[in-house]
Design a protein around this ligand. Sequence first.
Ligand code: PEP
Length: 243
Amino acid sequence: MRPLIAGNWKMHGSLAEASRLAEELKGGASGADLLVCPPFLHIQAVVSAVQGSAVAVGGQDCHAAAKGAHTGDVSAAMLRDAGATHVILGHSERRADHGETDAGVRAKTEAALAVGLTPIVCVGETEAQRLAGEAERVVETQLSGSLPDGFAEAGGVVAYEPVWAIGTGRTPTEDDIAAIHGAMRRVLVGRFGKAAEGTRLLYGGSVKPGNAAAILALPHVDGALVGGASLVAADFLAIAKAA
Ligand code: PEP
């Protein structure tokens, strides 16, 4: 399956920096699909900057409702309108900072699918959960609670991001990544059937140019969700090249 290399820019950069970074990525199409997810306010500028290239643009969240009295929020339709094609949902930073639950993530995912956005739903265990031997069970519970019916058929993407690996420079062992990705595939195929054989399963958590090739070669790792290294064009493109 063609890998997806997605950059989560989080709350970084000025408008000018976002446009410049997007420009630097334009020529970098490779054997992988490239996606960048800037802050909401930078989406339109980034969409303009990458126009005519193969780089896609996504949001980092959306509200579950189509519209209404939700101060400070952004709907899935607004993201589409701005030129986004994807949206990251249920990132562990949103689960932690905004108390997002599996049921809430599921509702947002339904909203994204309803307007034709490709959701990238994030799951992953904390360090305490991994040390307690619960990583696989936690991920399976998050998957069953966060993914709506029709998710695989609609081309939804899942990102496995162990919370303790995000921004820390630490990663699970290759065996541990392969084990979780294999378990995710089994769960998804069990629920969605054949469609889930084509569901892209991304790994996220301290992916860098130096470890990307080994991680991306693992079975059922169909791409990466990249935080810190996606803010440096050369690093992000090197990760894409490793795919
Ligand atoms: C992320 O936040 O999605 C992420 C994977 O971050 P980093 O690559 O910096 O660990």
